[in-house]
Design a protein around this ligand. Structure first.
Ligand SMILES: Cc1ncc(COP(=O)(O)O)c(C=O)c1O
Length: 436
């Protein structure tokens, strides 16, 4: 279709890598105009954890629309919003002993991050926010100051201020706990680093290359924050809503962030929706100080409630994610050994995993070849060197296997070198918990 070349902006990105016109989607599949089917391992960059057009949510949404439920509500109290808040409190917060106030922001991840940083600054009276190497928090100016990627930062057009960058876990090599450095500079009044309002962190860096911080590092980070009276913000926009195996990505770590941002899969159906969760004492907003016309996307409230009711009323879904995650890690480990010539490594946590191919060119060739075979999968990391496995969490065992098979086949073709792996490793299917 020529219209895209004629009048759509050059800013397009995914459309360049997957140059088809898509017109239908279901579960873990996308279909183009020619009726060709693609397995979707991109999943709306983490927005489609429950798949495309999940029938359970669609039914609720259609009922709601048919009954002329409120579509747009600013921040008015609506029945749909009230019911979502009740469900979120009863099924997500209370069972986890979490006491938080919910702030509805504009419906994007970056808007939630902007609000989180404002709260931290206004409550503490400090401007500086500590951010991490390879962190990604969005591209509006406040969030962009917290984002590491030069490609995005260079587009700002103004200097980005109010943040100070520290090395993320693993940045200085194995065995170096970078929180020790953070502690040191916060202790030293001559370090040149202003006392921060908050630290903002992703427990698994999605756009930054699927870097998963260790639980120890995250705990140490919280300890340093507490010691210096610095608020801890966990940006769970991509890692949250089940991606790592639990609803929040930090649950098994045992930390208690002061502020949490959620978006992407929060709405369940792919509808725009974002919130900030904050400890009650931090809720010092004056009415309307941080507002936004689209804070009241009631369709998203309906589908978000349906997602929680269906998938998070007990631990079944979480177990399912972990089972599939185990399969993904086993397969990626084998692929890395077989084709990586000692260079490939695997990374990530839960169903948020990546294959580090070291070279962006190589990773790009692999995803391109996969696309030709009917799989949509993207790369991430500073040099786009990590193949990012982000399929919907509800994917069937069969299609999970199929998608990884396609990547393996593509790697085989692109790398043209295969190492003989001992039989017992090769027969992973026999040992794996996934029965494809
Ligand atoms: C951790 C994290 N925070 C914030 C954002 C920004 O979200 P949005 O693109 O909806 O503004 C993203 C987007 O990928 C993200 O991964």
């Amino acid at each position: 279709m020529k219209i895209f070349d004629e009048i759509e902006s050059e800013v397009q990105s995914y459309a360049r890598v997957f140059p088809r016109v898509f017109n239908r989607a279901k579960g873990e599949f996308l279909f183009d105009e020619e009726g060709r089917q693609y397995l979707d391992f991109l999943a709306g960059a983490g927005t489609l954890n429950y798949g495309h057009n999940n029938p359970l949510f669609k039914e609720k949404l259609l009922d709601y629309i048919n009954n002329d439920g409120i579509t747009h509500g600013l921040d008015l109290h609506t029945k749909a919003k009230g019911e979502l808040l009740e469900t979120f409190n009863e099924k997500i917060l209370k069972p986890r002993n979490m006491e938080y106030v919910v702030q509805f922001t504009g419906p994007t991840g970056t808007n939630a991050v902007e609000a989180a940083m404002k709260i931290a600054r206004n409550v503490t009276g400090q401007q500086n926010i500590v951010t991490f190497t390879n962190g990604f928090h969005g591209v509006s100016l406040g969030s962009l100051a917290a984002t590491g990627n030069a490609h995005h930062r260079n587009a700002a057009g103004v200097s980005l201020s109010g943040t100070h960058r520290m090395p993320y876990d693993g940045y200085l090599g194995e065995g170096i706990d970078t929180t020790v450095y953070l502690d040191k500079v916060l202790t030293d009044s001559s370090s040149g680093i202003n006392s921060p309002a908050a630290v903002i962190v992703e427990t698994v860096q999605g756009e930054g290359g699927i870097n998963a911080a260790s639980f120890d590092w995250l705990k140490n980070l919280q300890t340093v924050c507490r010691k210096h009276g610095v608020l801890l913000i966990v940006d769970d926009v991509q890692a949250g809503c089940g991606r790592t195996g639990t609803y929040f990505s930090f649950e098994e770590v045992g930390i208690e962030p002061d502020i949490i941002t959620l978006s992407k899969s929060l709405g369940g159906y792919g509808l725009p929706f974002a919130v900030v969760l904050m400890k009650p004492e931090l809720d010092q907003w004056k009415p309307g100080e941080h507002n936004g016309t689209f804070r009241g996307n009631n369709f998203a409230f309906v589908t978000a409630k349906a997602a929680i009711d269906h998938y998070w009323s007990d631990g079944t879904f979480s177990k399912e994610i972990k089972r599939k995650a185990c399969y993904i890690s086993q397969r990626l480990e084998i692929i890395a050994k077989k084709y990586g010539e000692g260079n490939f490594t695997t990374r990530g946590r839960g169903m948020f995993q990546g294959l580090n191919c070291v070279s962006g060119e190589l990773a790009g060739a692999i995803t391109k070849s996969s696309f030709q075979k009917g799989l949509i999968i993207e790369t991430s990391g500073a040099d786009d060197h990590v193949v990012k496995f982000l399929c919907p969490l509800i994917i069937s065992d069969e299609n999970l296997k199929k998608g990884i098979d396609i990547v393996e086949q593509s790697i085989k073709e692109v790398c043209a070198k295969e190492k003989n792996i001992p039989e017992e490793i090769n027969f992973f299917d026999r040992f794996c918990v996934v029965n494809a």
